[in-house]
Unconditional design. Structure first.
Length: 408
């Protein structure tokens, strides 16, 4: 008997632990019956079972968990696919060092705020009225949650890296249904961008809406995200703070590259060294994140990586880099956004040299290679049938704890 569509999603993606928690299935489902139980997609209508679902294949088609669909999207965006030399960076026209010129955004940001400045530019120059960004849950402020931002000034509140998984793209469903004429910009890590590009290629109501109304996609580089339990462990075990007392959380608080900043209901601020949190996060990741083949999707209009290529070492020893991001400009829309942001005084940029090691990328490369050798199910990479040959360095070696007294 042929499996129905949600059963097939369970078989191909959920059971092999290949779900990215991107939320695209929730956004794309025509019947609106897919939701999330924590980090797991589920059917939410009492009258539906997995066997009832089968009139369309939209949730499977849009899902980037097993197949991010990179080559097909690159053909649409760039009229070619990437070469092996572009395997980890994707196709881009130019890379620059950039940062926001808004002191509030710059201060709030993890690496200079160029990504946030581009979202502000979209609101100022592209007629965007809604921005999807990652924020915090209103009831549990330590927990990540998607935020729909309508005020450019309010984007400073989401101008931070968020090292935590949360269902994301489904937050756009109310916009699609109730504000169908709204123009949308979004930030998102590789799997979010891949899913949105797959949706934009679909000849469905949701696909047509995404194609016409999601007008700017920007992404931060992602070494991998973490289950909420990883953040909870840092708060309760490192900072020794009860979760229920947390009223504010920042992952890159204070002097660059920043620490974990936790504020409690009694007004006290608690700090955990970023390098310690990175090590704690390593034990709280999904198989899909660990086996991911993308540092950046390469499919956003603009991608941004941290300006300091080794913020782990900077957290241990103290950094000597100024706060900025490396901005990869990929599409004509991305070039226009950068030009408008510069012209409107929202961001600045200068030439940058990409030479040298980037720790986040090296962690991703080595983990991916180890999972390719493991024989376990892994998502497709951006180059079909291509496997990178390297002498694998274990992740625990790349983020080894400093010797006693070594850290600042």
């Amino acid at each position: 008997m042929t499996a129905m569509t949600f059963q097939q999603l369970e078989q191909d993606v959920l059971r092999p632990d290949l779900c990215t928690v991107c939320g695209a299935c929730q956004l794309a489902c025509p019947a609106g019956v897919i939701g999330f139980d924590g980090l797991t997609p589920v059917l939410t209508a009492d009258s539906w079972t997995a066997a009832d679902c089968g009139e369309c294949t939209d949730c499977l088609t849009v899902c980037p968990g097993a197949d991010p669909g990179t080559p097909a999207t690159e053909e649409r965006l760039f009229r070619r696919t990437r070469t092996p030399a572009e395997r980890w960076t994707g196709i881009f026209d130019e890379v620059v060092a950039g940062h926001s010129l808004d002191p509030v955004v710059f201060e709030a940001s993890a690496s200079g705020g160029s990504l946030t400045a581009l979202l502000q530019t979209a609101m100022a120059a592209f007629g965007v009225t809604v921005v999807l960004s990652m924020g915090r849950d209103a009831d549990e402020p330590w927990r990540a949650a998607p935020a729909l931002v309508r005020d450019p000034a309010a984007l400073a509140g989401t101008a931070q890296s968020t090292y935590q998984l949360a269902p994301y793209l489904g937050a756009l469903r109310p916009v699609m249904l109730h504000e169908p004429d709204a123009k949308v910009a979004m930030s998102g890590v590789a799997c979010h961008i891949q899913a949105m590009r797959k949706l934009q290629a679909m000849d469905t109501e949701a696909g047509r809406w995404a194609r016409d109304h999601v007008v700017l996609l920007v992404e931060p580089a992602c070494s991998s995200s973490t289950r909420p339990e990883g953040t909870a462990a840092v708060i309760t075990q490192r900072a020794e703070v009860p979760l229920e007392s947390v009223v504010r959380l920042r992952y890159r608080e204070g002097e660059y590259p920043g620490d974990i900043g936790i504020r409690t209901a009694d007004g006290q601020d608690h700090r955990v060294a970023f390098w310690q949190a990175v090590r704690d996060f390593a034990g709280n990741k999904t198989h899909r994140c660990l086996s991911c083949g993308d540092w950046m999707s390469g499919l956003a209009d603009v991608s941004v990586s941290d300006g300091d290529p080794n913020i782990f070492a900077a957290s241990v020893q103290g950094g000597d880099q100024d706060k900025h991001g490396r901005v990869f400009i990929r599409t004509e829309t991305g070039r226009k956004a950068m030009a408008e942001g510069f012209a409107r005084g929202l961001l600045t940029h200068r030439p940058v040299d990409l030479a040298g090691l980037n720790l986040g990328l090296e962690r991703k490369r080595n983990r991916r290679a180890s999972y390719e050798e493991s024989g376990k199910p892994v998502p497709l990479g951006p180059l079909p049938h291509y496997r990178e040959e390297l002498d694998i360095i274990p992740d625990e070696q790349l983020i080894a704890a400093p010797a006693e007294g070594e850290h600042a």
